[in-house]
Design a binder for this molecule. Structure first.
Ligand code: CU
Length: 122
């Protein structure tokens, strides 16, 4: 009996997670009143971060994927966070904090620059 209840609870948790994902997908980033944390994807391609400016909220996950044939990095201008080397085809993720520094660049190609803008929770 206990085992059965355990399974039921696990099922409920999975259903809740699915509902949360669906909510995020339905309302999209920045919708008023949403508290779901948004995943963001940034492509690194042809020595450019795309998008080069992205609005995020604390708790959001940002993932960079390197589509070039050379390595890049995603490094805060003040060095407070740094991906290290992201090889061709690799990805790196960051969970945004309240104090995230918005400008970042690639240490191998300092001309590559982009920024994260913080949206303030209302
Ligand atoms: Cu680079």
């Amino acid at each position: 009996m206990n085992r059965r209840i355990c399974r039921w609870l696990a099922g409920m948790a999975a259903a809740s997670a699915a509902a949360l994902t669906l909510t995020a997908a339905t309302f999209g980033p920045g919708a008023a009143g949403t508290t779901a944390r948004e995943p963001h994807l940034i492509r690194i391609e042809s020595f450019v971060y795309d998008p080069s400016a992205l609005t995020i909220r604390a708790g959001d996950t940002v993932t960079w994927t390197n589509l070039d044939i050379v390595p890049h990095t995603v490094t805060a201008v003040d060095g407070s966070w740094d991906s290290g080397e992201i090889g061709p085809g690799e990805s790196w993720s960051l969970i945004a904090t309240e104090s995230i520094v918005r400008d970042y660049f690639c240490v191998y190609h300092p001309g590559m620059r982009a920024r994260l803008d913080r949206e303030h929770d209302g």
